[in-house]
Design a protein around this ligand. Sequence first.
Ligand SMILES: NC(=O)c1ccc[n+]([C@@H]2O[C@H](COP(=O)([O-])OP(=O)(O)OC[C@H]3O[C@@H](n4cnc5c(N)ncnc54)[C@H](OP(=O)(O)O)[C@@H]3O)[C@@H](O)[C@H]2O)c1
Length: 250
Amino acid sequence: MVLGGSGLVGSRVLDLWADDIELIAPTHAELDILDDRALTAFLTETQAPVVVNLAAWADVDGAEPERGNRDGRVYAFDPTGPLCWYAETKLEGEQGVLGSSAQACVARIEMPFSAQPHRKQDLARLCLARLGRGEPMVGVVDQRITPVFLDDAVRALGQIKEVRFTGTIHVAAAGWTTPYLFIRAIAARMGLSADLVTAETFADFAPKRPARRPQHSWLDVSCFEEHFGRDILRGPEAELDAWVEQVSAT
Ligand SMILES: NC(=O)c1ccc[n+]([C@@H]2O[C@H](COP(=O)([O-])OP(=O)(O)OC[C@H]3O[C@@H](n4cnc5c(N)ncnc54)[C@H](OP(=O)(O)O)[C@@H]3O)[C@@H](O)[C@H]2O)c1
């Protein structure tokens, strides 16, 4: 069962898994996951052997004014150090699922970017749109990030599901970049003007956002590589090559 199947990540999971496995994907309207009773009834009725939960309110800045609004149960924090409300509630979710009796895995993904059109614009498609219109973009130069090509992330989730991996695992690019380098790499590959991209420091960028963010949010994928090899998660350059190939074909 896939929850959040209309989302950026969920819609690609449905696309790429549909041919191989039988999927049940209730919409938000059909099943509100905050409704405990409805969720339990749905799980009992369907008896799905695996539940992949991609449902979330995934707007980091939009979540900040909601601080304090917490549906469901509250769990003790571990020393992870979340900086904003989105992160605090994500952590509670992680602890809830890992502390439950279910055979559960928390897969943390970072900045998935897709070649497929979706109502939610990820950083790569935002670059394409803005630079394509000749509009300037600002990229942070001193922030390490590991944006993951969504198709790679979905393949990684497929492996995790296949072996019923339990515990916490990172699904991200196998190597870090910076927003500035990432945006310029897209411009270079797509024949767009890299002169439109200006550099900014994290110290200048961060105070302009409603939610606090970590300067370095890159995720270490060594645990994933140890269990599943090095063929699925790629470095930023190889990921972007694959992304460009798919964007150019669509
Ligand atoms: N996108 C990113 O940059 C990013 C980065 C790191 C981690 N993540 C994590 O990756 C996961 C997927 O994110 P995403 O970007 O795919 O999110 P998304 O595009 O915003 O999609 C969220 C999905 O959750 C559904 N949903 C929201 N509230 C629900 C509820 N109460 N009951 C049932 N369904 C509900 C939405 O359905 P409706 O649209 O019908 O409401 C939608 O299908 C999330 O856990 C997110 O925190 C995302």
